[in-house]
Design a protein around this ligand. Structure first.
Ligand code: ZN
Length: 395
């Protein structure tokens, strides 16, 4: 113990630790703007390749009778054809305790860059609603006919509404998140509603419907039903290396594994009943472009074993760091063959494209400290970033 104390006094070691924590955080948290920019460049490079293989059938209107099946007859009459761009935005879990996120520890910068607070998230919802966006289920964008998969570009939506996919990355409530202002996990209250559970900075247990995206959005849609098309909410992108939704289901040999699994399954079931869908975010949050083919195969298999077994199959893969693999490459084919027919990256504007009748690629905009503070013009069709940032809790 004394040796450790001595070491800690040495400034050199201390700064090394700070740098290491900083690097660790950078690699853990979702996408970086740099990754997004790389993707933008990459897209330009690959543009000519993609053009030649773009699905011709994407432009053909799909069989609408199928798409409208779920609608109530009286509502069907009000739906009109929408063929414009489909926005897809994503968040990380929201900051419930800004005093922990922005406490000037080495992780604070990461929180300022990649997260939004509860109040900022609520203001974002107000703005999106005011600007006539309507949440849709991402699966509406996938046309599947036999083995052919094409992007659905013609949606039937309420008149005047613009489609929006909202996703949440890394809703695993990792250990570092619990220490830095996010909640601990999602649970169900006695009424079966999804709430968050956390231990607040004062040591008290807090069960709330006001500290996490899921209950906040559930509440918003309850108050504004026309913000959701057919009850759609958001897309939850999960890794597996620290379990799911705050349940450490990765600890498969732990004594209470079965209990944790049962509790997670209850929440998952409720989320599905209430309009939420799921995506793979890889098992270990690896950079799919950089890692070897074999490592990506292993990661994908492990995600299926430990996470798909809980949430069920999904057609959506959300690249960690927004780092997408080369279209048509061996890695790309492997992901598609694993059932992921919609592969989502990060980019500054809406992007939806089919590839060879077997996969769809889509971009998402990051809504976080970086975009709210430095890309206000780009965000303007969706929201007034100044209004969203009014809380003034950021460093
Ligand atoms: Zn991520």
């Amino acid at each position: 113990m004394e040796e450790t104390n001595l070491l800690r006094r040495k400034v050199g070691i201390k700064s090394l630790i700070i740098i290491l924590i900083g690097l660790f955080l950078f690699f853990l948290i979702g996408c970086s703007d740099q990754a997004a920019m790389q993707q933008d460049n990459q897209k330009q490079v690959e543009a000519s390749h993609d053009e030649s293989t773009e699905d011709e059938q994407d432009k053909v209107a799909p069989d609408k009778s199928q798409k409208e099946e779920g609608n109530q007859p009286e509502k069907e009459a009000q739906l009109v054809e929408y063929t414009g761009p489909v926005e897809h935005i994503f968040f990380h879990p929201v900051i419930a305790y800004p005093e922990l996120a922005f406490d000037q520890d080495p992780i604070s910068k990461g929180y300022n860059d990649y997260f939004v607070t509860v109040k900022e998230f609520k203001r974002t919802l107000e703005e999106l609603y005011k600007n006539d966006y309507i949440l849709i289920d991402i699966n509406l964008l996938i046309n599947k006919a036999g083995s052919k998969v094409t992007a659905n570009r013609t949606l039937m939506l309420p008149e005047g509404k613009k489609p929006l996919v909202l996703s949440i990355d890394d809703m695993n409530y990792y250990d570092y998140m619990r220490k830095n202002g996010n909640v601990y996990k999602l649970i169900l209250n006695d009424e079966g509603e999804v709430c968050s559970y956390t231990i607040a900075p004062d040591g008290k247990e807090v069960i709330s419907q006001d500290n996490a995206i899921v209950p906040i959005l559930d509440q918003f849609v309850k108050e504004h039903p026309d913000f959701s098309f057919q009850g759609a909410k958001g897309l939850i992108a999960l890794t597996g290396y620290q379990g799911v939704l705050g349940y450490r289901t990765n600890q498969r040999n732990s004594e209470d594994f079965n209990q944790k699994k049962r509790n997670a399954l209850k929440v998952i079931e409720r989320l599905k009943e209430t309009g939420w869908t799921f995506a793979s975010h890889g098992y270990g949050h690896l950079d799919a472009r950089k890692v070897s083919y074999d490592r990506l195969v292993k990661d994908t298999k492990r995600w299926k074993k430990e996470v798909e077994s809980l949430i069920g199959p999904t057609a959506v893969y959300v690249y960690p760091y927004g780092s997408r693999v080369v279209t048509g490459s061996k890695k790309f084919k492997m992901l598609v063959d694993s059932g992921f027919t919609l592969l989502a990256s990060v980019g500054p504007s809406p992007y939806l494209k089919g590839y060879n009748h077997n996969a769809i690629m889509m971009d998402r905009r990051h809504i976080d400290g970086i975009s709210l503070q430095t890309q206000q013009d780009r965000l303007s069709p969706l929201m007034d970033a100044d209004y969203v940032l009014q809380e003034k809790v950021r460093p």
